[in-house]
Write a protein that binds this ligand. Sequence first.
Ligand code: SF4
Ligand code: SF4
Length: 272
Amino acid sequence: MLRYEDINDISDGRLYRAEDKALLGTNGCKGCSHCCRSDMGASIVLTPYDIYRLTLGTRKSFDELLVNMLVEISLIDGIALPHLKMDGGCGFLVDERCSIHEYRPGICRLFPLGRLYKDKGFDYILQTGQCIRESRTPVVISDWLGEEDLPKNEAFINKWHGFLEFEKKKINEIREFTAVEAERIKGLADKELLEYASIVGDDIEPSEKKLQSYRKEKPEELYEEAEDRVKDLMKIVLSELYMQPYDQSGDKDFYEQFNEKLKSVIRMIRTV
Ligand code: SF4
Ligand code: SF4
């Protein structure tokens, strides 16, 4: 988590709200596409809302965005998340312009702003050393973001951020529980190890040699099972919140659908 001194390293040190003005105006970035051409790796992480907008705007499914190598999935901070593929530049940059300007991802909308999350909610920060345009003009942040319904969008961002923390916590719990169990097994005496094997349904001969190899192999098996559970958990999130299409007919807005899907994903994750 960023500390206040870190904020001063990467921003002008101020915390902004949506109604504040910040030095953002780049005159439409005329003649410059520097940040879209940078080799930014996995830094433009996509939320489910970004994918909703992108699939709607490009008329491409999530799978097609992956196949066309515009989007890829990587482990980011320990969890599998989609992001723009930025090897040497963004695939949506055409003739030095963003070809998806109207439905560009949230991080592109923010730039050069960032978000600083607090216990509840977040503040905007103005990152320094990012936009190379020296003279920028003041713009009200809500105008800069151009979100149709900014309060709803901010509530979604908070919920999404909270969910990612929950996902990370769940993954850590699986790994920590497994590590404790694996260490416990390694320390069991032969008699206790036999009892343990019978409880978990493993049929082993009570010879010293067999018990020795069981003591070594069982923890490895548990670690493998734990990683399978972690993968299953991440697959649920990707599948339910990104890959399964959202209704785009307009009957229900994205946020309403996301809230319903999130509830069911949390239920599914709890049983992994
Ligand atoms: S989506 Fe558009 S604004 Fe974002 S990096 Fe790609 S070209 Fe640039
Ligand atoms: S570096 Fe600044 S001026 Fe250049 S494309 Fe990015 S935001 Fe626009």
